[in-house]
Unconditional design. Structure first.
Length: 347
């Protein structure tokens, strides 16, 4: 990659190569929703300011990477926290954040409703900022903001997020800080729902997960457990499969999952640390119209809040404590595809 002076000789404005731009959607259920569009050379993506600073559409080298569910783009609406109806507000995207009181299936405990995948995924950001500027020899784009999940006489949990990408590096870094600003211990469940779609995901794809053990969630998943690492052709009305993985990691706790497509010559690698996110789930759907793989590092199990309460293993955060999480999405090409496969085999 050219250094700073060489780049500035070659361009009039760095926006020729990289930018972050605020946008507002103007139609359908997305009307009025604010977001940021980011370009970093061959990598393009959007960040939803009004939905937890989550990442929706992503493309790399001209190919779509992410999954968009049938409801499509939308802002907050009455489906968001209405039990199983919340499925009508899940638009997918590259990343949607699940939590903070619940992840996965909706439930009701002691008369209190906990919606599907929680409330944080539809919480608008406050104190939002964005910039693209030189930091030494690196040109960096960053978006940051704060989401609060709070209730009168209830929890007061704050998620502070910063998303960064550097020119010449096909990478998105998501750094989160979750703070309990209340005066009592609170449950804090968190799952990063990272969703891969066509054309990166197809019958030519490999799903690379350095797993020690694969546990199907249910009978439907058991029927497909031997094929967790590959995609079949779409099949009408096929049920979803969910697998729980015990992940291999290096001595520092770093691990990853990846999807590669040698035919397209691109891939996606998701890196995280098991000390921060000890659970990993894989969502696989070959259903026609719902064709997706979800890579899901988490601090809690896919079985959700009732399971952890029964097992006395609900993750808690102390008053005024802060937890940090870091996820890195790296977009691969060329020799990197073979390198990530070898890395998965070494784990």
């Amino acid at each position: 990659m050219a250094d700073k002076k060489e780049l500035l000789r070659l361009v009039g404005s760095m926006q020729q190569l990289m930018y972050v731009r605020p946008v507002t959607f103007e139609e359908g259920r997305a009307r009025g929703m604010k977001a940021f569009e980011v370009k970093n050379g061959p990598l393009k993506f959007s960040v939803m300011a009004d939905k937890c600073l989550d990442i929706t559409d992503v493309s790399f080298c001209g190919h779509n990477i992410s999954f968009l569910a049938k409801p499509g783009l939308m802002g907050r609406n009455h489906f968001d926290t209405n039990g199983v109806e919340a499925g009508r507000s899940i638009m997918g995207g590259m990343l949607f954040t699940c939590g903070l009181e619940n992840i996965c299936a909706p439930c009701e405990i002691d008369g209190k409703a906990y919606p599907m995948h929680g409330r944080i995924r539809t919480t608008p950001a406050e104190h939002v900022g964005a910039h693209a500027r030189w930091a030494g020899e690196q040109y960096v784009a960053a978006i940051s903001g704060t989401m609060r999940e709070a209730e009168l006489f209830g929890e007061n949990l704050v998620l502070r997020r910063e998303i960064t990408t550097c020119y010449g590096e096909n990478r998105i870094c998501i750094e989160d800080e979750i703070t309990n600003e209340g005066f009592r211990r609170e449950p804090m469940m968190l799952l990063y729902h990272i969703n891969v779609g066509y054309p990166l995901l197809c019958e030519d794809s490999e799903i690379l997960i350095p797993t020690r053990k694969v546990t199907p969630r249910d009978k439907a998943a058991s029927s497909n457990a031997a094929a967790f690492n590959r995609m079949e052709a779409p099949k009408d009305n096929e049920p979803e499969y969910v697998f729980l993985h015990e992940m291999e990691a290096d001595q520092e706790g770093n691990t990853f999952a990846a999807v590669v497509n040698k035919k397209l010559g691109i891939g996606l690698k998701v890196e995280y640390n098991v000390s921060e996110l000890p659970y990993f789930m894989q969502w696989k759907s070959i259903a026609s119209g719902d064709y997706v793989v979800g890579l899901e590092p988490a601090n809690s199990s896919v079985y959700g809040r009732p399971y952890h309460m029964k097992e006395d293993s609900l993750h808690m955060i102390e008053p005024f404590a802060t937890e940090k999480k870091r996820i890195v999405l790296t977009f691969l090409s060329g020799a990197e595809l073979d390198e990530v496969r070898r890395e998965a085999e070494r784990r």
